[in-house]
Design a protein around this ligand. Structure first.
Ligand code: HEM
Length: 167
């Protein structure tokens, strides 16, 4: 229950703020979105990749193994950096660019991978999709009027404050 309540709160909230900031920092992408609101469907996963609301998770090796030539003894703790994977140029074209019409936007690691992959991933995407559909259909102009203040954490990649004016 704690995972459901906390896991589904901070992450989506920070994706909302992060997405707004990304569009603000990439005005050409924002203009493209306004011209074609159909791009919301590819923009949402791109926002989640770009923001990577959880930077990492940790696992404990149940048996000795090897990853990319590195030996991992049984019992060793391993950190999986989603943030790094989401900027891997071998897997993602121009990973340091925010591109709302990517060809395979859901190819990211923000929701983790494997048996514990985020159970709320579709719900999170739906929340962001509905939010942006409403913002665009109501023609809201959201202006950022002050600097973003970021969460001090090595796990949560988010914001404590982003002043905006809604016109
Ligand atoms: C953009 C939003 C979200 C992000 C980036 C995110 C990210 C993650 C990540 C990285 C994990 C761990 C995966 C792993 O250990 O392999 C996870 C697990 C989980 N998430 Fe999310 N999450 C989001 C939204 C949500 C929502 C909306 C809910 C539910 C309301 C939710 C519920 C959970 C639960 C219950 C788990 C544990 C799954 C398990 O251990 O089997 N998450 N999430």
């Amino acid at each position: 229950m704690i995972l459901l309540i906390i896991g589904g709160n901070d992450t989506t909230r920070n994706s909302i703020t992060g997405g707004l900031l990304a569009l603000h920092d990439h005005p050409e992408q924002w203009a493209m979105l306004k011209r074609d609101p159909g791009l919301i469907s590819t923009m949402v996963p791109e926002i989640i990749r770009w923001q990577t609301p959880l930077t990492m998770m940790r696992r404990t090796a149940t048996e000795q193994t090897e990853i990319a030539g590195v030996e991992i003894p049984a019992g060793e703790k391993i950190v999986m950096w989603y943030l790094s994977g989401n900027r891997d140029e071998r897997m993602i074209t121009d990973p340091d660019q925010f591109i709302i019409n990517r060809e395979s936007p859901r190819r990211h690691l923000s929701f983790g991978f494997g048996i514990h992959r985020c159970v709320g991933n579709r719900l999170a995407e739906m929340q962001l999709r509905v939010l942006w559909e409403e913002i665009l259909s109501r023609k809201l102009d959201i202006e950022i009027i002050g600097p973003a203040e970021r969460t001090l954490s090595h796990v949560v990649r988010g914001f404590t404050r982003l002043p905006v004016r809604v016109n």
